[in-house]
Design a protein around this ligand. Structure first.
Ligand SMILES: Cc1cc2nc3c(=O)[nH]c(=O)nc-3n(C[C@H](O)[C@H](O)[C@H](O)COP(=O)(O)OP(=O)(O)OC[C@H]3O[C@@H](n4cnc5c(N)ncnc54)[C@H](O)[C@@H]3O)c2cc1C
Ligand SMILES: Cc1cc2nc3c(=O)[nH]c(=O)nc-3n(C[C@H](O)[C@H](O)[C@H](O)COP(=O)(O)O)c2cc1C
Length: 574
């Protein structure tokens, strides 16, 4: 197509460029070509000289409860930048809803929490898109949904968000990608597709078109381990208000886990409750039924597979429809529902069993280390969950189930890896704040550092109600102090004196030492109750940074945000 002279000129020019420069020119030329109309004229600006086409902006928003979506979206934003795409990163809790109409490329990373609910920080956004009929025909979008296949409503929030944008007339440029707990490969593959679309549609210079790889196929899904209970003891002494079980689980095979991980357990329902349901409905427990996921005798379904506790309002509604009764919008246990609003016949009950959801797993932080306790063992520290319902003292399903497990009984579990709540290099100092069952991952951390002879210093803040009855793992911790593994331990027993003393008060008392550790590079970890504990502790950390570092409150916030970005401030809270 080119004459001999032009072709020669072109070859000479090509010879003078480096590989990188050629890649850039390639992108630049495709940009020019994409912007010319078929008559060979520039498609804009009245045919004036074409300027290099600049990379378009995309918005990458995340909705997170435990930080995975945030970390992932932050990582994906850097991947985009490297490819010349400017990704504006935003937390959905901070997102200005009125900006939606101005977006062009809108990519959402969002997890599912609770029982198929959005993460709390993303609730305002979720409610906004569900409570309004928007028109967004110009918007191009895709959703990356984080979830866990063990939950009955796998990636429900991502599905909901994806469906709403479709309803608003937005263009789904890459299909919804649902991810299990090992989300990295699926997320990378999804984003590669996203970038390929953006690059193709915006003709970005300097970037060769991305090759779209098919989404990586999972080898065999989650790995479930069959374990045996080796030990199950209550760590609280007689007279305590609490029961906290130290449970050791042994397996025949090596368990692939590290301190900082959690294990997921699906509890069984209590036999006496299942018996009561059978007698209230008159159903034959041996009658075989098929539900969404399993076929088994009703007795087994109600014991091992289906959730009969604290039914969702939507499930209670289905019961009201099947039994044709007027039941207020509420949540309650199946046994109470059957007692207060009985079924007319077993057929109604059979129909209802088929719509019951599976039992959701519960997560427990591991309190052991393979290096210290062996590779065929994992330990957990479980607080018996207590609450009032129907004017009765009741107990949480899984914590009661675990507390009741006798030695030698069998249990199934899976490992939920946490890549971020992890011990740093052996020479780094570590500050651990873990009242109550928050002690669990730190028992694992400290045992691991002891077993591996790590040289970094360790500082542990622990709190509970009473020293005499509630100092969990007291002997072990005192030994660690004696042998020097624990450099510092600070204890807060809230009810041993008139005024309440919590871990954050102990931290404030040690403000200058804490700031010195942090400034010298220590890593900070918080574990235990999210609200109010982890929030109070974070507020105290900010005060300490402000006061000891002579910073303004804004500077203190930035300082802590930087620690978080550097992976030096991690939380495992629930
Ligand atoms: C990352 C992570 C790590 C965790 N680590 C630990 C750990 O190390 N140790 C630990 O003990 N826990 C830990 N947990 C918490 C644990 O997963 C469970 O949430 C906890 O044990 C309670 O579960 P449960 O089945 O006993 O209670 P559930 O049966 O799930 O009940 C929970 C709550 O629901 C409400 N409820 C239930 N039924 C009714 C009803 N009929 N009427 C009214 N209200 C009702 C009550 O408020 C009750 O307290 C962790 C959680 C996460 C997310
Ligand atoms: C208490 C709890 C409830 C959860 N409920 C669901 C659920 O209903 N469906 C689901 O797919 N995943 C569920 N998950 C799994 C999370 O979505 C998954 O761990 C995700 O990686 C968390 O991402 P985030 O840190 O960005 O919030 C739940 C996790 C927890 C801890």
């Amino acid at each position: 197509m080119l004459g001999e002279g032009k072709l020669k000129q072109l070859h000479e020019l090509i010879e003078s460029y480096s590989h990188e420069e050629l890649v850039w020119i390639n992108g630049y030329l495709s940009g020019i070509v994409a912007n010319r109309n078929t008559n060979g004229n520039a498609a804009h600006k009245n045919g004036h000289e074409i300027k290099p086409v600049s990379a378009k902006k995309i918005s990458l928003v995340f909705g997170t409860e435990t930080g995975n979506s945030k970390r992932l979206a932050t990582h994906l934003a850097t991947v985009a930048k490297k490819k010349g795409v400017n990704a504006k990163l935003a937390d959905l809790s901070q997102y200005r809803l009125t900006d939606l109409s101005k977006e062009e490329y809108f990519f959402i990373v969002i997890s599912t929490q609770g029982e198929g609910e959005p993460p709390i920080p993303a609730k305002k956004f979720y409610d906004h898109i569900h409570g309004n009929e928007l028109s967004l025909p110009h918007l191009k979008y895709s959703v990356l949904a984080l979830g866990d296949t063990s939950y009955p409503m796998f990636c429900k929030t991502g599905e909901d968000v994806d469906a709403r944008f479709e309803k608003f007339g937005a263009k789904r440029v890459v299909p919804l990608q649902k991810c299990d707990i090992d989300y990295d490969d699926d997320a990378e593959a999804w984003f590669e597709k996203v970038l390929a679309v953006v690059e193709e549609q915006t003709a970005i210079p300097a970037t060769p078109a991305a090759t779209v790889k098919p989404t990586a196929k999972k080898a065999g899904g989650k790995k479930y381990y069959q374990g045996t209970i080796l030990t199950n003891i209550n760590l609280n002494d007689r007279g305590s208000n609490k029961q906290t079980y130290h449970i050791e689980i042994g397996t025949d095979e090596v368990i692939e886990y590290e301190p900082g991980d959690t294990i997921g357990i699906v509890p069984a329902n209590r036999q006496e409750v299942v018996q009561r349901i059978i007698s209230l409905t008159g159903i034959d427990p041996l009658l075989e039924l098929t539900t969404a996921k399993v076929t088994a005798p009703v007795g087994e379904l109600l014991t091992q597979h289906l959730n009969i506790c604290y039914l969702l309002t939507s499930t209670v509604k289905k019961y009201a429809t099947i039994t044709q009764q007027d039941i207020p919008d509420t949540r309650m246990d199946l046994v109470d529902l059957l007692r207060i609003y009985p079924v007319r016949n077993t057929e109604q009950f059979i129909e209802f069993v088929k719509v019951l959801m599976p039992i959701a797993p519960r997560l427990y932080s591991v309190s052991s280390s393979p290096a210290a306790h062996g590779e065929n063992e994992v330990h957990i520290t479980v607080a018996r969950n207590q609450f009032l319902a129907e004017d009765e003292q009741r107990f949480g399903l899984c914590s009661e189930f675990l507390g009741d497990q006798p030695v030698n009984s069998t249990i199934t579990f899976y490992v939920h890896k946490d890549k971020h709540f992890k011990l740093p290099a052996t020479d780094k100092d570590v500050i651990m704040i873990g009242p109550g069952t928050g002690v669990a991952p730190f028992r694992a951390f400290i045992a691991h550092r002891d077993a591996t002879g790590a040289s970094g210093k360790n500082w542990f803040f622990f709190g509970e109600q009473y020293f005499a009855t509630d100092f969990l793992y007291q002997t072990e911790m005192q030994n660690y102090v004696q042998t020097g593994v624990l450099t510092n331990i600070d204890l807060a027993f809230s009810r041993d004196q008139e005024e309440k003393i919590y871990v954050q008060h102990r931290m404030q008392e040690k403000a200058s030492g804490l700031y010195e550790w942090i400034n010298n590079g220590a890593y900070i970890f918080i574990s235990g109750t999210k609200d109010p504990m982890s929030k109070d502790v974070e507020r105290t950390l900010l005060q300490i940074i402000e006061q000891e570092g002579k910073k303004t409150s804004e500077e203190a916030k930035q300082y802590l945000a930087q620690l978080e970005k550097d992976g030096r401030y991690e939380k495992d809270v629930y």
